[in-house]
Design a binder for this molecule. Structure first.
Ligand code: NAD
Length: 482
């Protein structure tokens, strides 16, 4: 299939290694909306991954010695090219990932915003001087780039999950090898093409595709890799952490979530419904910060459910390239099976189906937006990330009860609540064991704030000035004999 790109040369189907596009066609990438084959891309083995890391290691010294202002200018060029090509990038993204085109455009802008932010931040990496313990000496702290960074990213945000790691790493002087998800390699390769056009020197940014396990082995054992940045499932994050222990690498993890979305009886219900739709159904429910459990206080439960059902009735399922579509296909058949299993488990344990519940008449991996009520903590939807368009509604009575239920999970990425009581806003915000809390808002992601989780949702922060920390070492200098 050919995509109607303004610039067809953005459809890169080879890996980007040491400034060149390389590799033979091997694995297929398909459009999840149609099942059509989009392209073939290479399956590099462990030896090729090692050679790529070697290239990134060779590029490190010269890149880290470039003036911050020069690194900044190249990142700024990359940002400008990402924005100038946003329509083509979004078309590639929707074609391989499925999300509606408007959301794909939003993701490209969001992904580019990290490149813009860290182009600016590159010039602001300051060290410090500290009071000395000796009159004839001085203490200084340098902040230096760590070295080569490996980045492993998921399919649900094929552009943004890359720039959130790559932009800060490259800004401070690191070089990077990225392994995108096999479902969505084309967006990352198009972005690499634009990085090359932006003047990024060979070896600074590399993108390789291929079987995950051998590449992951190289990333977690190669002595030149100093940081393994991973966004994906908690299970794979734990595996990489174990593997990286052998060479004591920093492992920066952005893992799964199980976000609570709490509606108190003093909330603005219309705003809460709008927030729930945004937090639940963006990307067909396939985001790590998606509302996974919707807790509603008893007094407003029926009114909220009615309004939510009405809003869900307006969602339009279909091919994300068509106008007006708000819900594309799920990424794979396995994703559909997980959604079906969660619904079946909830119904078997006493939940009621208010809307949807089945595969969509369009076939493939399309699924009906689904509303469940009467959901309890004993059901699988309460314990695991569903990663699909299912809104399970739980009813609660007190603030203490709902905070305990919200925290009753090993995950701690994002949480949301709606309330107009200022005392409650501070109490609940402080008591929720989450890295991010959205209050009276269902959308919280921005390059200006630190994104990340606690507990088994991760150990790192991406975005804002905090986002460079993973890629910097502190070096203490003592100057004596003054
Ligand atoms: P996944 O863990 O299956 O895959 C993520 C990446 O890891 C892919 O590139 C995959 O090829 C690679 N991978 C798989 N096995 C590997 C191995 N043995 N060694 C090295 N790499 C390996 O996750 P997914 O299904 O692609 O993504 C969905 C998950 O990502 C969800 O749990 C979601 O919550 C999470 N996520 C988290 C964030 C965040 O910022 N916290 C953002 C987006 C997605």
């Amino acid at each position: 299939m050919t995509l109607a790109l303004r610039d067809p040369s953005l459809l890169r189907t080879q890996c980007y290694v040491d400034g060149a596009f390389v590799g033979e066609p091997a694995d297929v990438v398909r459009n999840p909306a149609t099942g059509e084959e989009l392209a073939l891309f290479p399956a590099l083995d462990g030896a090729a991954a090692k050679a790529t890391v070697d290239a990134a290691a060779r590029a490190f010294k010269p890149w880290s010695r470039r003036l911050a202002k020069e690194r900044s200018a190249i990142l700024r060029n990359w940002f400008d090219l990402l924005i100038a090509n946003r329509e083509d990038l979004a078309l590639i993204l929707t074609s391989e990932q499925g999300k509606p085109l408007a959301e794909a455009l939003g993701e490209i802008d969001y992904a580019a915003s990290y490149v813009e932010f860290y182009a600016e931040e590159a010039k602001r990496i300051a060290g410090e001087t500290l009071p000395s313990h000796r009159a004839d000496g001085r203490i200084m702290v340098l902040r230096q780039p760590t070295g080569v960074v490996a980045a492993i990213t998921p399919w649900n945000f094929p552009a943004a999950m890359i720039t959130r790691k790559v932009a800060p790493a490259i800004a401070v002087g690191c070089t990077v090898v990225v392994k995108p998800a096999p479902e969505t390699p084309l967006t990352s390769l198009a972005m690499a093409e634009l990085a090359q056009r932006a003047g990024m020197p060979a070896g600074v940014l590399n993108v390789i595709t291929g079987p995950a396990a051998p590449i992951g082995e190289v990333f977690t054992s190669h002595p030149a890799i100093r940081v393994v940045g991973f966004t994906g499932s908690t299970a794979v994050g734990k595996l990489l952490m174990r593997q990286a222990a052998g060479t004591v690498k920093k492992v920066a993890l952005e893992l799964g979530g199980n976000a609570p979305f709490i509606v108190f009886d003093d909330a603005d219900l219309d705003a809460a419904v709008e927030g729930a739709i945004a937090a639940k159904f963006r990307n067909m429910g396939q985001t790590c910060v998606c509302a996974n459990r919707i807790y509603v206080q008893r007094g407003v439960a029926e009114a909220f459910v009615e309004k939510l059902a009405a809003a869900m009735g307006k969602l339009k399922v279909g091919n994300g390239l068509e106008a007006g579509i708000t819900q594309g296909p799920l990424i794979t058949g396995r994703a559909v099976e997980k959604v079906e299993a969660h619904i079946a488990d909830a119904l078997a344990k006493g939940a009621q189906l208010r809307l949807g519940g089945r595969r969509h008449a369009l076939g493939g991996t399309f699924f009906e937006p689904t509303l469940l009520t009467g959901v309890t903590q004993a059901m699988t939807v309460a314990r695991e990330e569903t990663f699909g368009p299912v809104a399970p509604v739980f009813v609660f009575d007190t603030e203490e009860e709902v905070v305990a239920m919200a925290n009753d999970t090993e995950f701690g990425l994002a949480g949301y609540f709606f309330s107009r009581d200022i005392g409650r806003i501070f109490r609940v915000a402080e008591d929720l064991e989450y890295g991010m809390v959205g209050i009276n808002s269902g959308l919280i992601s921005t390059e200006l704030a630190p994104f990340g989780g606690v507990k088994e949702s991760g150990n790192s922060r991406e975005g804002s000035h905090h986002g460079v920390e993973e890629f910097l070492e502190k070096k203490y200098l003592f100057v004596g004999g003054l």
